[in-house]
Design a protein around this ligand. Structure first.
Ligand SMILES: [Zn+2]
Length: 246
């Protein structure tokens, strides 16, 4: 049983650094934007997710982000998120590095979360730099189609990383540092196709750590992982919690 092998690894080499992607949130009803039925099949990323598109027409981009903010805040953490929070409480996981912007790790109870693609937690005014929390942005969205800054009137930008935008440096640096220093990197729900997470498993391996993967479908690191479980995050991580406790 590979879950047993994974539990052995986490006991021997833990606490693990966990790397999560869209695949952990699909069980909360949040579509993976890379899947053929994902949101980007309906919304062309060139028109809605590039920094150029936002600068050219922020109101149009918010017509998409308003839907997304609502969908993400109405979603609930699933068994996979809860299992990772539990593994952190029991000392088997140190940190979750995530590509997801949905805040579901935090809402599930994970305390140390590194968000390499930003998140919907805040939005910032490109005009004056004022920062708005998500509750305020959601309130503004009830009244207007694109949230405007109360100080200067400019349309706010969600603090998620748009295509063509620089990644948050502090989060990226921390993710690399964690990958290099951990003895076990556990990848969950990511095909490891997108920078920077695509590079992190090799960083771990180069420094003598090992990589385990839980993902439906292939990833770019399968041939170098010591454990690969082709399965859902919720089911697999729930079984892992039980196994490490036994
Ligand atoms: Zn402003």
């Amino acid at each position: 049983m590979t879950v047993i092998r994974l539990a052995d690894l986490i006991r021997d080499r833990g606490p693990a650094v966990v790397l999560t992607g869209a695949g952990i949130s699909t069980e909360s009803g949040i579509p993976d934007f890379r899947s053929p039925t994902g949101i980007w099949a309906r919304y062309d990323p060139q028109e809605y997710a590039t920094i150029e598109a936002f600068r050219a027409d922020p109101v149009k981009v918010w017509s998409f982000y308003a839907l997304r903010f609502r969908a993400l805040t109405e979603a609930e953490p699933n068994a996979g998120h809860l299992a990772l929070a539990e593994l952190e409480r029991t000392g088997h996981v140190s940190t979750v590095v995530t590509q997801n912007i949905d805040l579901l790790h935090e809402r599930a109870g994970s305390r140390d979360v590194v968000e390499v693609h930003g998140s919907i937690r805040t939005s910032t005014c490109p005009g004056c730099g004022a920062r708005y929390g998500i509750d305020e942005v959601l309130r503004l969205l009830e009244r207007e189609s694109a949230p405007g800054c109360r100080e200067c009137g400019a349309v706010l930008k969600p603090d998620v990383i748009f295509f063509g935008e620089l990644m948050p440096e502090a989060a990226i640096d921390r993710a690399y540092e964690l990958a290099r220093s951990t003895r076990l990197l556990l990848v969950v729900g990511s095909g490891l196709e997108v920078w920077p997470v695509s590079q992190l498993p090799e960083e771990t391996r180069r420094e003598g750590g090992v990589v385990a993967i839980v993902n439906r479908g292939p990833t770019t690191f399968d041939d170098r992982a010591v454990v690969k479980i082709d399965g859902g995050a919720g089911e697999t991580l729930t079984a892992l919690v039980r196994e490490v406790a036994s």
